[in-house]
Design a protein around this ligand. Structure first.
Ligand code: CAO
Length: 436
C-alpha cells in the first residue's frame, strides 16, 4: 500500500516563528527516514529537521525565509508501494493544500493520511547552540547538516568567508562552490590540485638576493614537475664490472694523436644501452597520451643530459645503432659544446628514445634520475670506483661502474627492469657481446 505522509515540525519546545534557513528537498527527491529535509534556526539554536518517512517527495510547503512552528507542514512524502517494495499499489489520496503557508503554522491545512497515520516525527537530530565553546562554530554561520556535509568533503567551514543564505549563512551550495574553487585554483597552479608551497619572508633571518631563473631552468623545472606528478617512477640500481672495458679504452686513447678526441666510457654505455633496447623493445617505446597503447619505435636515438651554465639540456644522438664509437664521440663533443654555448636548435633536442644522465665525471655512487617523458626510462651513471670483488677464491680489485635505471612502472615491470639492466651490465662487462 502506498501512503502519503506529512512531514511536520516536531515539538521544538514552545518556540514559535522559527526561521527556515535552508530547504534540502524538492518534489521528486527520494528521501530516507531521518534524512535532513530542512534547516531551521531560532535566535538560540540551529537544527536539522529530519524526515519522518522514507519515500518520494510529492510537495514541499516551505522555502527559505518562511517562519514555521511546531506542527507546521514541511512536505508530503509518498511512502511504501514502488519506492518501498518495487510493486505497484494504489495510492491513497489525501487532501493537499494549495500553497505553503508563510509565517503561519500550516498544521490544520492538511488532513492525516488515510491508511496509515504519520509516524511521529523524531526529535531534531542535530542542535547546535550559538553559545557553544567552539570559536570556529561561532564564526561560521552554518547549519549542522551543512557542517556535516562540509566535514564529509574535508572542508573547514570557517574557511568559507560568506554564505549565500540569509544573513550570510553558509549553505550546501557554498560548500560545493568552495570545493570547486579550490580544485580549479589548485589544478591551475600545480597541475594536480596539490596545494602550493606558501611564500616565506626570509628577511627576518638574514640578507638575501633574488636571481631570476634562466628560461631553461624554468622550462626544465615545469617538465620535471609534470613527470614527477604523472609517472609512477621506480629506480633500480646495478653495478657493471668495466675493468676490461677501461683497459681497452685506455689503450685506444693511447693511440690517439694530439688534438684527436679522447673516448670516454660514456660512449660504451650508449652502445650497451642501445643493444639492450634492441633486446627489450618496451624500453624503446612511449605510452600514448590516453594510456591505452604502447608506441614501439624502430629507431634508436639517445638523449644525453648536458650540464650547461644556463641549466640542463638534452641533445639527441640519432641512429646510434648505425654509428661507431668514434662518430659518437665526435657528435657528442660537438653537441655538448653547442649546448654550453647556448646554440642548440630545437631539432637537436627532439626525437629521443631514452636518455642517459652521466654524473661520472663529477662523482657520486647512485642517484635517481627522472624519466624524460614521453620516454619510458632513463639511465643514470655515476663515478666508477675500484672495489674488492670476490671471484670465488679471493677478492680481486675490479673497476665497478654504478648504474641507475629509472622507469615508468606503467610500462616496465620490475623484473623487466632488472633483466634489462642485467643485459646492459653484461654488454659493458664484455663488450665483445656487442658484436653478436
Ligand atoms: N666514472 C669515472 N670517470 C668518469 C666517468 C665515470 N662514470 N664518466 C666520466 N668520467 C671521466 C672521463 O673519463 C673524463 O676523464 P678524463 O678527464 O681523465 O678524460 C672526465 O670524467 C670528464 O668526462 P666528461 O664528463 O667530460 O665526459 P663524458 O663523456 O663522461 O660526459 C657529458 C659528457 C656531456 C655527459 C658531461 O660532460 C656532462 O655534462 N655531464 C653532466 C650531466 C648532468 O648534469 N646530468 C645530471 C642530470 S640531472 O638529472
Amino acid at each position: 500500500m502506498t501512503v502519503l505522509i506529512e512531514i511536520k515540525v516536531p515539538d521544538v519546545g514552545n518556540v514559535a516563528d522559527i526561521d527556515v534557513v535552508e530547504v534540502l528537498i524538492q518534489p521528486g527527491d527520494v528521501v530516507a527516514l531521518e534524512q535532513t529535509v530542512a534547516t531551521l534556526e531560532t535566535d538560540k539554536a540551529s537544527m536539522d529537521l529530519p524526515s519522518s518517512a522514507a519515500g518520494t517527495v510529492q510537495q514541499v510547503y516551505i522555502k527559505p525565509g518562511d517562519k514555521v512552528s511546531q506542527g507546521s507542514l514541511i512536505a508530503t512524502v509518498l511512502a511504501g508501494g514502488e519506492q518501498q517494495t518495487g510493486t505497484k499499489e494504489p495510492v491513497q489520496q489525501v487532501a493537499i493544500p494549495e500553497a505553503a503557508p508563510v509565517e503561519t503554522p500550516a498544521v490544520d491545512k492538511v488532513s492525516e493520511p488515510v491508511s496509515q497515520p504519520a509516524k511521529p516525527a523524531p526529535e531534531p537530530v542535530a542542535v547546535e547552540t550559538k553559545q557553544g565553546t567552539d570559536s570556529t562554530a561561532q564564526k561560521a554561520h552554518a547549519s549542522p547538516s551543512v557542517r556535516l556535509f562540509a566535514r564529509e568533503l574535508g572542508v573547514d567551514v570557517s574557511r568559507i568567508k560568506t554564505g549565500s543564505g540569509r544573513k550570510g549563512r553558509i549553505l550546501k551550495d557554498d560548500v560545493k562552490n568552495f570545493v570547486k574553487n579550490v580544485m580549479t585554483e589548485g589544478v591551475a597552479a600545480t597541475g594536480a590540485g596539490i596545494p602550493s608551497i606558501p611564500a616565506v619572508d626570509f628577511s627576518p633571518f638574514g640578507e638575501t638576493e633574488v636571481q631570476k631563473l634562466s628560461k631553461i631552468k624554468r622550462l626544465t623545472g615545469q617538465n620535471l614537475s609534470r613527470v614527477w606528478l604523472n609517472l609512477p617512477l621506480v629506480t633500480y640500481h646495478e653495478e657493471a664490472d668495466i675493468t676490461d672495458l677501461e683497459a681497452f679504452r685506455t689503450s685506444l686513447n693511447a693511440e690517439k694523436t694530439n688534438g684527436e678526441l679522447k673516448i670516454t666510457g660514456l660512449m660504451f654505455v650508449i652502445k650497451a644501452l642501445v643493444a639492450a633496447m634492441q633486446q627489450f623493445p618496451n624500453f624503446n617505446a612511449s605510452l600514448s597520451a590516453d594510456g591505452e597503447n604502447l608506441i614501439l619505435k624502430k629507431y634508436f636515438n639517445i638523449g644525453i643530459a648536458v650540464d650547461t651554465p644556463n641549466g640542463l639540456v638534452v641533445p639527441v644522438l640519432r641512429n646510434v645503432n648505425n654509428k661507431s664509437i668514434n662518430e659518437l664521440t665526435a657528435e657528442l663533443a660537438e653537441k655538448s659544446e653547442k649546448a654550453r654555448l647556448g646554440k642548440l636548435m630545437p631539432a637537436d633536442m627532439q626525437g629521443g628514445c631514452m636518455t642517459i644522465s652521466s654524473l661520472g665525471g663529477i662523482g657520486g655512487t647512485a642517484f635517481t634520475p627522472i624519466v624524460n617523458a614521453p620516454e619510458v626510462a632513463i639511465l643514470g651513471v655515476t663515478r666508477a670506483r675500484m672495489q674488492p670483488v670476490w671471484n670465488g677464491k679471493e677478492f680481486e680489485p675490479r673497476l665497478m661502474l654504478p648504474l641507475d635505471l629509472t622507469y615508468d612502472h606503467r610500462v616496465i615491470d620490475g623484473a623487466e627492469g632488472a633483466r634489462f639492466m642485467a643485459a646492459v651490465k653484461q654488454y659493458l662487462s664484455d663488450i665483445r657481446r656487442l658484436l653478436l
